[in-house]
Every structure is written in structure tokens, then in C-alpha cells.
Design a protein around this ligand. Sequence first.
Ligand code: ADP
Ligand code: ZN
Ligand code: ZN
Length: 820
Amino acid sequence: MKKYVDVIVPLPIAGQYTYSVPDELTDKIKAGCRIVVPFGSKKYYTAIVTKVHQTAPEAYETKDIMEVLDESPVLLRRQYDFWQWLADYYLCTLGDVYKAALPSGMKLESETLVVLNPEFEALQPLSEKEQRILDLLGNDSEQCITQLEKSSGIKNLLPVIKALLEKEAILVKEELKRSYKPRVETRVRLSAAMQTEEAVHRQFDALARAPKQLALLMKYIELSGWTGEKKELKEVSRKALLDSAGATSAVLNGLIGKGVFEIYSFEIGRLSAEQVSVSPLNPLSSAQQQAYSEILTHFHQKNVCLLHGVTASGKTEIYIHLIQQAIQAGKQVLYLLPEIALTTQITERLKRVFGNRLGIYHSKFPDAERVEIWRKQLTDDDYDVILGVRSSVFLPFRRLGLVIVDEEHENTYKQQDPAPRYHARNAAIVLASMFGAKTLLGTATPCIETYYNAVHGKYGWVQLTERHQNVLLPHIEVVDIKELARKKRMTAQFSPLLLQKIREALEQKEQVILFQNRRGFAPMIECRTCGWIPKCKNCDVSLTYHKGLNQLTCHYCGYTYEVPKSCPACGGVELINRGFGTEKIEDDIKLIFPDARVARMDLDTTRTRTAYERIIADFEDGKTDILIGTQMVSKGLDFDRVSVVGILNADSMMNYPDFRSYERAFQLMAQVAGRAGRKNKQGLVVLQTKSPDLPLIAQVVSNDYGGLFQSQIEERNLFKYPPFYRLIYVYLKHRKEEVLDQAADLMAGYLRNGLGSRVLGPDRPPVSRIQTLFIKKIVVKIEQQASMSKVREYLQQVQRAIVEDERFRSLLVYYDVDPM
Ligand code: ADP
Ligand code: ZN
Ligand code: ZN
């Protein structure tokens, strides 16, 4: 009987494709495995089988699949159910989900760029085909798979590429940007003939005229701790030796040729690189113990529980106890953190307790490492705990019992671009329910919707109102900067009180954090004469000025421009640095406190994970006195020498035109304030604002989340926002503005036919042109009780009607469900 397979291809097309399976592959094919399929005229892709069956499609002639890549499924049944839920709920395709879910190394296609791994040394002989590919890459180290196929003459190259990737002889191009950590380390040792002290000394003399080789030998002696006596030497990696001696590999090879050194490979195992010793759990305080028991009680009746605990109340300690409990019951735990909060601080803390049972999944890790975690999750030796960012909801699990979403209010849990525009917290709740697992949402400043669910009994609700060991919450002092500016008493952006408190803190060797919200305050340049501001030629936005690089950058399309010497509008030469970026604050603070050690943490100074961790480590170690930063400084970091926190401008957060702006402003200020305070001294927060009389300011000062919730929930009800209504934004994009306007009006009209006044717009979003495409947005507001599946169906029906219209062929339509 002829076999057919339904597959997901990594493309944004609706529905699945059916292929036929050639006879020689019928035994190998299984649902959940990856296969290679032709698609379009020449291209081929890695697709995933969702179903094996015997029904040929009626509408089209099937093509044969080319190859089966896996012996056993890499996509488990429940993962596939989860993918379907995501595509359905977030109005995107399974192809979109597939692309987001799998690490690059698992979804090769004809256009994938591969490169030689410079660290590779073959441990076993390579096949003839593999060798041919390496030779080709040796000539030109970066090629796409189609190109390699052409020049090697090997048909159907993917299995060969896959084998080379598994041996780590080659890498997918993307991961070169990340810091790649090899699994096998090449190490250096003295050869057998060099084992005696005498032999080594003879070698010293012999190398007198080869100073570079001599220096390298000396370096080795130093690094290995060799003393001539019989004892264990330290292992020395080839890279460490060459790096610290500043020598080239030619020098080393010379010594190997002379029989001084030999090299050997050592398997270091990337995932469990160091053997960690596991320490016992901290006992919980009585308040924590109480919260812990309440959580477990709620879990008897409810699937989701909110742990609302002030900053530093010990939420993380409670998570650790819950994880331990789940593991003892034979279950797996997924612990989600926002990208930026996933630091060494938290990983070290968990590693200390869970050792090698903990796996860490981070988007800034090398792709090969993510592939390895994925594969390990499919074995019997899978991780008990995964600590990871948003995308770790896609990992395979088989025994999931508990999901923890820390800092659940964080809006970075929502993926903005590209599709699937999913919210990892909400997706995780659904994932957990598919396993019959429980979800704990933890935060000091809940999302309004979450709190609403807790108050109304949909979620369990547990509170921790005291910090651990009665450390006091900080005292917050409000400063009216409008008044001070009028009296000309501000120094740059600093009030006299803030400067005085910074000075006192520095005198007492305490630390300071200065917080500047970035939004709406990106640094720009402006012509002093005519007010001209440079804008991106592809997008409708002002360019951001990077003083360090002396460049203008578009934060939407990434395009960079030179800073003009004169104003193109009026020819004036006085281009001033406007705006309020963190860079400017850094400059000013250095002028005022020339002896202080100042660091800055924002998008520009934290491009790599190491840069980010460096800044935090220096601050922890007291190597920095003042840390200036954007929202990043507010994220779950735990410092114990910070006595003063300055919030430079509260208004920039509150005035943002969005229904969540007050909620966010409260969350940001409460979180950043939470960094202040130490074991035996109450911390101080200086909150600078132009509107000290706003109720929100009073709520922040008294840490009155309940008050904030009350006022927000009334507004949300009145203006039809979540949690009372669900929002769906419909975006339309087109190169031509007239075509876009026509399409948007037509689509909004169709939508109104079915949904009436639930449809608003079309409008131009604040940024109405990105990468040369014009954008329009239609807002749909649906009552919480309404049937979402009907609404989704209707939206898709309207979309089909629009895109099938001749005039709108190249129109792009996409959705943002539950936008943040
Ligand atoms: P949160 O997650 O609520 O911000 P943490 O769990 O990070 O709070 O606790 C704050 C600090 O107090 C941490 O340094 C943590 O190690 C310490 N701490 C909290 N609870 C305990 C405990 N039961 N035993 C020992 N240290 C604790
Ligand atoms: Zn000008
Ligand atoms: Zn741009």
C-alpha cells in the first residue's frame, strides 16, 4: 500500500502538505520525524511529519519525499497539540510556529549557510562524501547548501550536512555570532619521552635558540604546575596555552614535531561541563513555609496560582522547594524567566541545588547547544528542570508536572515579531494543562489581568507581604522637578536632593542605581536653527544617536547613517544632542562625580551575554559605584550594597499613549525601587517627577498595588480593555499607500458587517512605515464571554476575501492577539 505523509513546512502557508513516500523509505517514516521535501521549483526544506496515511490528496499530484532525517520523533504528540493551539489562538500558521520552535541546526534548508568549525579535529575517519564537503568549505569557508550540492555533485546532501553538524565539523552560520563552546577540547601534554626532570632541562638548553618555542614550553610548565616531581598536573587546553603565551599554532606544531608535546582530545561535555556539588535547600522561613503550603493546597483545586510577594520576600526560595517536591514526585519542571533576568545570579542559585539535573535554555546560547538540549529532552536521561526564556515552552517534555513563570508581569514574555506573536506565560499555562500540570505565576507587581483572575478565584492567590528577615522596603521620596526647573535649581537631570543622596552614599562606600526609562526618550540630534531631526528613509521614525559610535541608527530596520556635518534643511552647523538617553546621564554624572566608578547598562552596552554579565558582576563585586540603566536594571537582580535608587523621570513612563502605561509605570518603579535596601539599613528611592500629585505617584510611594488595581480595573471596564475585552490588532502592509488605504477600508468594512462596533479603525499606527512598507492597523475588541473560535474564523474568512482580490495581491495581513 502506497504511503503518504502530511507535513509542516517552515513557511507561512496555511495548512499542511501531503507528499508520497517512495518504497525504500516507507519503513523509516514516522510521525514527528523530520524529512527532506522538495518545495517550489528548486528549493527543498526540512519538514516535519504530522501524520502517515494512505490517502492521496484529490486536488494535486504529490511529490516524493527525498529523505528521512530522524530515526525517532523529534516532535512529540503533545508538542504537536501545543503547536496547533498556538497557530489557532494566535492566528498564524503551523509553519510560523515550527520556525520559532526549532533551533536552526534542526531545520536546514537549501539556503542555509554553513561554515567550517575552526575548532574541529576529526576523532574518527570521515566518509568520502563528508570529506568532499569539508574540502569544498576549505576553499570557501561559508557556503549555502545548494551551492555545496552543485559543486560537490552530491544529490540530496542534507543527510551528509546533518552528519557533519552532529560531528561539529561544520556549524550553521548564525551561531558563529554567538560564543561557541566546543564539546571536545584539544589539550596539550608533555610527550612520554619528556616525563623526567632531566629530559625537560635538556630541552630548555636545546631550545636556547628558539626563544618562541622556549617561551611556550615555559608557559606550559607554569600552567600545568609541573615541578619535576611525580604528581598530578593540571590539564592544559591548546587554546589556553596559545592564548596565554601569545603564540601561534606554528610554534606549538614545531614543539610537537620535536617530540616535546603531544596533543589529545578531551571530551568536556558541553551541557554538564563542570561537575557541580549539590547543596541542601535553605529552610523556609515561617512566612515562606505558610505560602508554600497554601500554594500546594490551591493546586488541589486550581491549575494556576499567583504568588504575589514583595521584592526579596523569598519567592525564589519557594520555587526551589516546589521544584524539589515535583522532582521527588518524578515530574519535570519548566521555570520561565524573561530573557534579561536570566543571569548567572539565578542560574548559580539553582545549579547549587539541582546540579546536573538543571538544563538552561537561552536564546543567546550557541545553536548547537540548544540542539543538544532538545535532543537530551527526548532521551530517558532528560532534564528534571529546564530554566529558560520564552522559547523554552517549545522544548519536548514528557513528564511535565510544574511550570513556574517568574516575573509574570514582564511584557517581554510576549513575542512581537515575527509570528507566532505568542505570550509565553499564557502559552505555558496551556502547555501545562495539556500535561495535567500546575502553573505558578510569581511577581511583586502582577499583571492586571492575572490579579483579576486571582481576585475572582479563577487562580489560587498567595501573598507574601514582608521581605525576608524583615529587611525594610525602601523609603520613597518624591521630588517635584517641574518646580525645581522653574527655580533653576536642577543640575542637568538631577535634583539637589538626589545629588546630595548620591554624594552621601558614595562617601559611605554604598552603591547607587539611576534609572531612566528609555521609551520615548531615545537620544536624538536636532538642528538648533530650524529644528530638523534626522529620520530613517525606510521607516517613519527618528533616528537614534549613538555617541560612542558617532552614528545614527534606525531601531526598526537597523539601518545606520553617518551623522551629517550640517543640517540638510537649512545648512546650519549646530546639530545638538537632544533627548535624555542613558549615555547623556552617564556623561553628566561623570562630570559631577569625577571620582566615582560609573557603568551603564542598556541595549547598547549589553549586546552580548558576557557584556551583560560583566556589568552585573562588577556591580556585585563593588567595582562600580553608580549603575545607570534602562528597565534592564530593574529585572530581578539582587544586590546588597545599594542604598540609593534614583528614578530620573517618572513622567516619560506615565505619558505613553497606551492603556497599560500606568500599570507598566507602577511595575517599573516598584521593581527598580526594590533594588534598594540592605540587611540592616532601609534603602532610599528618589522619585523625580513633574506631576507629584498624580494618584499613581502616591500608590508607588506606599506600594499600594491594590489601589492601582482598583483604579485601573475601572478604566479597563469603562473603555473596553482586558480583562473585560480581548484585543486583536489586524495589521496590513503594502508598498503603495493608496493600495493599502483601499484594502484597509475594505477589510474594516467587511469586519464591521460581522462584528459591528467591535471594530475600530483603520488607523495609522505611531510608526506607520517600516522597511519601505506602509502600515495600517484595525483594532478588534471582543467581549470576554464571546466565542473566540467564531471570531477567528470570521477574521480568516475576511482575510481570504481580501487577498483573493486582484488589486491586493502583494498585501500582507497579520494579527497580534492579546497585544502588549
Ligand atoms: P524574591 O525572589 O522574592 O525576590 P529571593 O528568593 O531572591 O526573593 O530572596 C531574597 C534574598 O533573601 C536572597 O538573597 C535569598 O537568598 C534570601 N533568602 C530568602 N529566603 C531565604 C531563606 N529561607 N533562607 C536563606 N536565605 C533566604
Ligand atoms: Zn536646520
Ligand atoms: Zn528604518
